[in-house]
Design a protein around this ligand. Structure first.
Ligand SMILES: Cc1ncc(C[n+]2csc(CCOP(=O)(O)OP(=O)(O)O)c2C)c(N)n1
Ligand SMILES: [Mg+2]
Length: 246
């Protein structure tokens, strides 16, 4: 198959695929293909990062991620009046908090320290300490995996909580720190060890006995959180989100 036709077929298949995980896997494959072939056709896509490369096609392409404003708005819709929200969203936090509407009876727990892995255990503690109040943790995909085993504790201790994993594909804060060090707004090069592609965070949680779900489209965050709160127990919801850059 000529290279041009291969590329068009590949990107069309990528865009049409309904599975977010498969689409990410295809994006990774495209990067590998670009590195292997070194083609002038594929290189721009891989160098820019596939998400950015697809922006021009956004009128017909269903995005891979949700905007944080959308996530916050949907969460605000379904937060019970006495909810406790735990935030370890790292780079996503500012935008999330800007759009999240919290009332007087609702509480927000955050850490002033920078040690990752605080969020999920803090949410477990909040739930065990205040079983009368719904607990919702919002954590980065990296932060989640720093202490994911706390999900097992939560299940074992019969806690009730909902964990939203904001999946921006890895350690964005580390990438941003490298760019800050270089003094550039965006460094298109690969930064080794900063990507966490194609992890099914919800499925990992099911291995610990929790319920897992994905929210990939508008309306699904609100629906998934509402259903999780109604059902009780421990729920992890994976939410692909946009990278936040200044
Ligand atoms: C215990 C610990 N290890 C490493 C770091 C360095 N670190 C700071 S932010 C970050 C990435 C966090 O990733 P994620 O939770 O996905 O948030 P994002 O930066 O993508 O918004 C890392 C590894 C840290 N702060 N604490
Ligand atoms: Mg991340």
């Amino acid at each position: 198959m000529p290279l041009r036709k291969f590329c068009i077929t590949f990107i069309a298949q990528f865009a049409a695929d309904r599975s977010w995980l498969r689409r990410n896997a295809l994006a990774s494959a495209l990067r590998v293909a670009a590195a292997t072939i070194g083609s002038s056709v594929l290189d721009p896509f891989a160098r820019l990062g596939i998400k950015d490369a697809l922006v021009p096609f956004s009128s017909w392409y269903r995005p891979l991620w949700l905007g944080l404003g959308v996530v916050a708005a949907e969460l605000s819709q379904v937060l019970p009046p006495e909810a406790i929200v735990v935030d370890e969203g790292v780079r996503s936090s500012t935008r999330l908090l800007r759009h999240l509407e919290l009332g007087d009876g609702q509480a927000m727990l955050r850490s002033s320290g920078g040690a990752l892995g605080w969020g999920v255990p803090a949410a477990v503690g909040a739930s065990l300490g205040r079983p009368d109040r719904p607990v919702i943790a919002v954590v980065g995909d990296g932060s989640y995996h720093f202490s994911v085993q706390a999900i097992w504790t939560a299940v074992r201790e019969q806690a009730s909580l909902v964990v939203l994993v904001l999946d921006n594909g890895g350690y964005l804060a580390v990438k941003r720190a490298i760019e800050g060090y270089l003094g550039v707004p965006r460094d298109p090069r690969e930064h080794p060890g900063t990507r966490l592609p194609a992890i099914d965070h919800a499925l990992v949680a099911t291995g610990y006995g929790a319920a897992g779900a994905m929210a990939t489209e508008r309306g699904q965050v609100a629906a998934a959180v509402k259903a999780a709160l109604a059902g009780g127990g421990v729920h992890v919801i994976g939410v692909p989100v946009a990278e936040v850059r200044p």
